[in-house]
Write a protein that binds this ligand. Structure first.
Ligand code: SAH
Length: 225
């Protein structure tokens, strides 16, 4: 289904975004570069016009194919945990609305962001976004199954999973560089996921850190036409 979008970023939108950034800071996001990236990306560009006035509330919204754009807090939280540095190769699983990809691009213009989506409808919508501008050419979109990663471009400095993983996919660990980090929400009890950050050490072993619990849509096997 073709969805209407508003591609004007007015002072009113920027003001609402400023309030959102203040809220994220109060909720514990401390990385100023991440906050500046959130401030710079018009989230309402990624949503149906119906949500324009509430696009800057800290809420998830439906996109297409029964999927959702993540809460801004979740996006900021995952982006902060990823500890992105210049010129890195970043793989994202679950492009969805492409908002998170564009926040990464705004944060790290010198990075290359590879992002995979399994829903054809969402993948097709991404190519029509006004964000497919020279400014964001460092985002490469793929239609596929994130459980397989993206072997042709591996290994990656950073891998970000934005859907609820039933387990940590071994393929993604294989596609991580030494010193690389994987940020992934993994299912635990009560339909919540534990946010994990897994770092590949010099000797190839993995260290795991555990953070807050979140609620994501499921990471599913295979592609959907
Ligand atoms: N990062 C997105 C979040 C979208 S929700 C955003 O900013 O909007 C998670 C997305 O992951 C959904 O679009 C869902 O279709 C996708 N997804 C789920 N399992 C997947 C898989 N195995 N491979 C790729 N994408 C997947």
């Amino acid at each position: 289904m073709e969805r209407k979008r508003v591609f004007v970023d007015s002072p009113r939108h920027q003001g609402m975004r400023k309030k959102l950034v203040d809220e994220l800071r109060q909720k514990g996001i401390t990385n100023e570069a991440v906050l500046a990236a959130v401030q710079s990306v018009p989230r309402h560009f990624f949503l149906d016009t119906a949500f324009e006035d509430i696009a800057y509330e800290n809420r998830a919204f439906p996109i297409a194919a029964q999927q959702t754009i993540s809460h801004p807090y979740t996006v900021a939280y995952q982006t902060q945990l990823l500890e992105v540095a210049k010129f890195q190769k970043i793989l994202e699983i679950g492009t969805g609305s492409m908002y998170q990809s564009v926040v990464l691009s705004a944060l790290a213009p010198s990075a290359t962001i590879f992002t995979i989506e399994r829903q054809k409808e969402l993948f097709d919508a991404q190519s029509k976004l006004a964000f497919r501008t020279p400014k964001y050419l460092n985002i490469k979109t793929y239609y596929g199954d994130g459980f397989a990663g993206l072997k042709a471009y591996a290994p990656f400095d950073r891998i970000l999973v934005t859907a609820a993983a039933p387990f940590v996919p071994p393929t993604l660990l294989d596609q991580l560089k030494v010193g690389g980090k994987l940020v992934i929400p993994v299912d635990e009890a009560d339909q919540l996921q534990r946010m994990l950050r897994i770092t590949k050490q010099a000797d190839g072993s993995l260290s795991e850190e555990s953070f807050e619990a979140f609620s994501f849509v499921p990471m599913l096997q295979g592609k959907n036409k």
